[in-house]
Design a binder for this molecule. Structure first.
Ligand code: ZN
Length: 137
């Protein structure tokens, strides 16, 4: 996975997305004005237009609602890893929140999954932690 770091394939951190990409938790934006949870993290609340957020940590568990196999790398940094499988997961604590991540092994819609994180230390700034999913035992 060192290839991803060297090829610049990691997300660029911003104040808005840093908790999601570095905490190693399911750190979801919660609007400070209307308490709506939203993901992926953005500058503005989709419900009320608010711009202040807190972070809510949800349980790293959910259900696969969609999946696909990537055969053509969207970035040269990912070329060594194709084919790989991406899942869209509905979180147990907030089913309207859908989280994208990688998964190894067979996958099916409705499969129960739990999250873990792959760590990518960087030369500058915090360690990037990317969510990965696995079949729940
Ligand atoms: Zn809001």
């Amino acid at each position: 996975m060192r290839e991803i770091v060297e090829a610049g394939g990691l997300p660029l951190l911003t104040p808005v997305n840093e908790a999601w990409f570095t905490s190693g938790e399911v750190a979801i934006q919660c609007c400070a004005s209307c308490t709506t949870l939203q993901h992926p993290p953005e500058e503005v609340c989709h419900a009320c237009g608010g711009t202040e957020f807190e972070i809510r940590v949800l349980r790293p568990r959910g259900t696969v609602v969609s999946h696909t196999v990537v055969h053509h790398a969207p970035s040269p940094a990912l070329a060594a890893f194709v084919p790989y499988t991406i899942v869209l997961v509905s979180l147990d604590d907030a089913p309207h929140i859908r989280v994208v991540g990688n998964i190894d092994g067979p996958v099916s819609i409705g499969m129960r999954v739990a999250a873990h994180w792959e760590e990518f230390p960087t030369d500058e700034g915090p360690t990037i932690r990317l969510i990965q999913w696995h079949r729940m035992a």
